[in-house]
Ligand binder design. Structure first.
Ligand code: SER
Length: 319
């Protein structure tokens, strides 16, 4: 089956880079980008783009039929920090959009679905180090609740209706092209911007808050890999643990200091500290490594070097 792809939420941090990657692999005409507004002009102008509200079932169905879509990547979501400010909005967007896509697959309008879950499915009662694939899951954020419930529905639709759904639990994603929005792990992107523009950063998490993280290139590779794996190799239809590296704000600051010696960091924790405290410090992703050969590439120092190089050029071109 040649994938004819619709990306919902293509203007966001992960959706935008995924759009470029999938167009490179499958060709521009086979990858339709969509979002609720023209918020990322690079994406809007880069190929076929549709305005699409992820909460509107009829509109998604029209788009799927118009472009003869067989594969959907549902990247629209309200993340952890924004979700705490707007709980019902987060619940409605995150759940309605998932049901719409799962129901389109159940009704055979589409054949394959990618939907990301998150480390936010875990909570304070989850073992924090090397968090296993199957473990206690009592998420404390609205975002985490929507992802955990979503995982259950994904598995249910696979078991009951044979929906080919594939999912990974993304850790914090570090990237330079598009800013993240509304997450607890966003500090690990902001810090690089501030390192270049101000040589200092005030962190909203405490210095010793370890969280699982990953470079965008690895996250995109995982997404492409799981979607192109053989059907029978995908043994987990809720969502796979996925891991690369883990570090604290202090360790991240140290790695920046190796490149920018006069960089300084201060700490002023806010409400996001409690969210971070409820999440794992590191993740055991051996199921993904065994089932579909997942392997990450980028170390913390690799990420720091690449982020500072790319953002350095970006800011230089702007000035
Ligand atoms: N990056 C997300 C957040 O911080 C976690 O999946 O909300």
């Amino acid at each position: 089956m040649t994938p004819k792809i619709l990306i919902i939420g293509a203007c966001g941090q992960i959706g935008s880079e995924l759009t470029f990657k999938l167009r490179e692999i499958y060709g521009d005409k086979n990858v339709i980008a969509s979002d609720i507004s023209y918020s990322n002009l690079e994406i809007v102008n880069s190929g076929i783009f549709e305005i699409l509200d992820a909460e509107d079932y009829a509109a998604i169905k029209v788009c799927v039929e118009k472009h003869d879509i067989n594969t959907v990547y549902l990247m629209a979501a309200i993340l952890s920090a924004t979700g705490e400010k707007y709980p019902m909005k987060a619940w409605n967007l995150n759940m309605n959009s998932l049901f719409h896509v799962l129901n389109l697959a159940k009704a055979k309008f589409i054949k394959k679905v990618f939907w990301p879950s998150s480390i936010a499915v875990f909570g304070t009662t989850t073992p924090k180090k090397n968090t296993p694939q199957f473990t206690v899951m009592e998420p404390s954020t609205v975002y985490g609740i929507t992802k955990q419930v979503g995982e259950r529905w994904c598995e249910y639709y696979h078991n009951k209706y044979a929906v080919d759904i594939r999912s990974v639990r993304y850790p914090g994603i570090i990237s330079w092209k598009t800013m993240p929005g509304g997450g607890t792990t966003d500090y690990a992107v902001e810090i690089y911007h501030k390192a270049i523009t101000d040589k200092k950063y005030e962190c909203f998490l405490k210095e010793d808050t370890a969280l699982p993280m990953m470079f965008m290139d690895d996250a995109i590779k995982a997404t492409v890999d799981i979607m192109s794996a053989d059907n029978e190799d995908i043994k987990i239809r809720s969502s796979y643990n996925l891991s690369a590296i883990s570090f604290t704000p202090k360790e991240l600051a140290e790695s920046i200091k190796q490149e920018i010696p006069d960089f300084t960091i201060t700490y002023n924790p806010d409400f996001r500290q409690a969210i971070a405290n409820s999440w794992p410090k590191s993740i055991d992703d051996s199921n993904a490594r065994e089932d579909w050969n997942w392997k990450h590439k980028f170390s913390l120092q690799d990420i720091t070097k690449e982020m500072l190089k790319q953002l350095g050029e970006k800011y230089k071109n702007q000035s």
